[in-house]
Design a protein around this ligand. Structure first.
Ligand SMILES: Cc1cc2nc3c(=O)[nH]c(=O)nc-3n(C[C@H](O)[C@H](O)[C@H](O)COP(=O)(O)OP(=O)(O)OC[C@H]3O[C@@H](n4cnc5c(N)ncnc54)[C@H](O)[C@@H]3O)c2cc1C
Length: 330
C-alpha cells in the first residue's frame, strides 16, 4: 500500500506549527508519531495536501506544576510508561501507555496522538474495496455495514490512555487558532463517531494536566484483547480508588470504560456502590456485576454486546483488585 502524495511540513516551534495549521486549515493533518494517521492515509481514509509533522518540536519532561502533573502531548508512550513521576502519581496511565500496540508503536506513538485517535470499525479501517463499493457514513456515505440498516455510524473509540485520564479527572491544554484553551477531558470527546474529538483542524493539543492526589489512592488499567499484544482493545477500563485514613473504606471511586462507544464512559452507578464501603473481594465482585448491568456496549470487531458485558464484569473486578493492592499502606 502506498501513501498518497502530500507535502511534509516540519515546524521547529509550536508557534510555527499553529501558524501552518491556520494557513492550511482543512488541507492539513497533524502528524505526531504517525502510527495512526499514516495507516489511515494508506487506506485512503485521509488524503491531506499537507502533513504537519511535529517530530522537530521540543518535548518537555513531565513536571509537578502547582499540584498538577503536566505532560507534553508529544511524549512518546514508551516515555509515559517509564516515567518515574507518572508511575508514582498516576500508575494506571503508565500501565495504559504500556498496553498500546508494540514496542515500535509505543516508541513512535505519542500521548496526544493517542487521545486524538479516530474511532474504528472493522469495515471502515480497510481499503475502500473492502467496503462493498458503497461508502459507509464515516466515508461520507449513507450506510453502516456493521449494524445492517443502521441509521448512523457505530464506530468505537478504542484509545487506551483516555479512560485513565477520565478517571484521573485530567484536562488537556489546546492551542486553538494560537490561543490557549483548557478542556476537561470529559468534554474533549463529542460522542459522535464521525468526529470523536472536539478539536478543529486549526487546534493543537499541547499538554495534559492531571491533578496530583496526596491521599491514599490506587489506580489500575485493564484491557481485553483477542491476542496478548499488538492489538486494539475489545474493551478497556481504568479505575481510581481513594480510601479514608483507615486504609480500607472507599472515599471516592472513578471507573471509566473504553471501546464500547464513541467516547469513554464513566460507570457512575458502580462508583456509587463502592463509595463509603469497606473494600473487599465481595464488594469488587458486586461492582463487576453492577458495571456489566450499567452499560450497553456497542458490539464491534466481532464481539457481541453480551460478550463485552461479561468481559466488563471481570475487568472491573480485576482492576479494582489491582487498584486496591496499590493503595499505600501505613
Ligand atoms: C499495529 C497497531 C497497533 C495499535 N495498537 C493500539 C493499541 O493497542 N491501543 C491504542 O490506543 N492505539 C493503538 N494503535 C494506534 C496508535 O498507534 C496509537 O493510538 C498512538 O498513540 C497514536 O499516536 P501517534 O502520535 O502515532 O498519532 P498520529 O498518528 O500522529 O496522530 C493520530 C491523530 O491525532 C492527531 N494528532 C496527533 N497529535 C496531535 C496534537 N498534538 N494535536 C492535535 N491533533 C493531534 C493527528 O492529526 C491524527 O488525526 C495502534 C496502531 C497500530 C498501527
Amino acid at each position: 500500500m502506498l501513501l498518497p502524495r502530500f507535502q511534509l511540513l516540519q515546524p521547529k516551534s509550536i508557534e510555527q506549527a499553529t501558524e501552518l495549521l491556520g494557513k492550511h486549515e482543512a488541507a492539513a493533518r497533524i502528524m505526531a508519531g504517525g502510527t495512526d494517521v499514516l495507516p489511515r492515509m494508506k487506506y485512503g481514509l485521509e488524503s491531506p495536501s499537507y502533513v504537519i509533522g511535529l517530530s522537530n518540536l521540543p518535548v518537555f519532561e513531565p513536571v509537578d506544576s502547582d499540584g498538577f502533573l503536566l505532560l507534553d502531548s508529544l511524549m512518546s508512550l514508551t516515555d509515559v510508561a517509564r516515567s518515574e513521576i507518572i508511575r508514582q502519581n498516576a500508575f494506571g496511565l503508565a500501565e495504559a501507555a504500556y498496553a498500546v500496540g508494540s514496542y515500535q508503536i509505543r516508541n513512535m506513538g505519542t500521548l496526544g496522538g493517542n487521545l486524538c485517535l479516530e474511532t474504528r470499525c472493522m469495515y471502515y479501517n480497510q481499503q475502500h474495496s473492502y467496503q462493498f463499493v458503497e461508502p459507509c457514513f464515516k466515508r461520507n456515505g449513507d450506510r453502516c455495514y456493521f449494524i445492517p440498516k443502521g441509521k448512523q455510524c457505530w464506530a468505537v473509540f478504542v484509545a487506551d490512555t483516555a479512560p485513565v485520564l477520565f478517571s484521573l479527572d485530567a484536562s488537556v491544554e489546546v492551542l486553538s487558532n494560537g490561543s490557549p484553551k483548557r478542556i476537561p477531558i470529559d468534554e474533549f470527546y463529542t460522542g459522535n463517531p464521525l468526529h470523536p474529538c472536539t478539536l478543529s483542524r486549526q487546534d493543537l493539543l499541547v499538554a495534559v494536566r492531571i491533578p496530583i492526589n496526596s491521599g491514599l489512592r490506587g489506580t489500575a488499567f485493564s484491557k481485553f484483547t483477542i491476542r496478548g499484544g499488538l492489538e486494539f482493545a475489545a474493551i478497556n477500563l481504568a479505575v481510581v480508588l481513594d480510601v479514608q485514613e483507615d486504609g480500607s473504606t472507599c472515599s471516592n471511586a472513578r471507573i471509566t470504560v473504553g471501546a464500547v462507544a464513541a467516547t469513554p464512559i464513566r460507570l457512575k452507578k458502580t462508583e456509587s456502590l463502592l463509595i463509603g464501603q469497606k473494600l473487599s473481594d465481595d464488594l469488587f465482585n458486586d461492582a463487576g456485576r453492577t458495571a456489566a448491568d450499567e452499560i450497553r456496549p456497542i458490539p464491534h470487531h466481532g464481539f457481541s454486546a453480551s460478550y463485552l458485558k461479561a468481559c466488563l464484569r471481570s475487568l472491573t473486578r480485576d482492576a479494582l483488585t489491582s487498584a486496591c493492592s496499590r493503595i499505600p499502606r501505613h
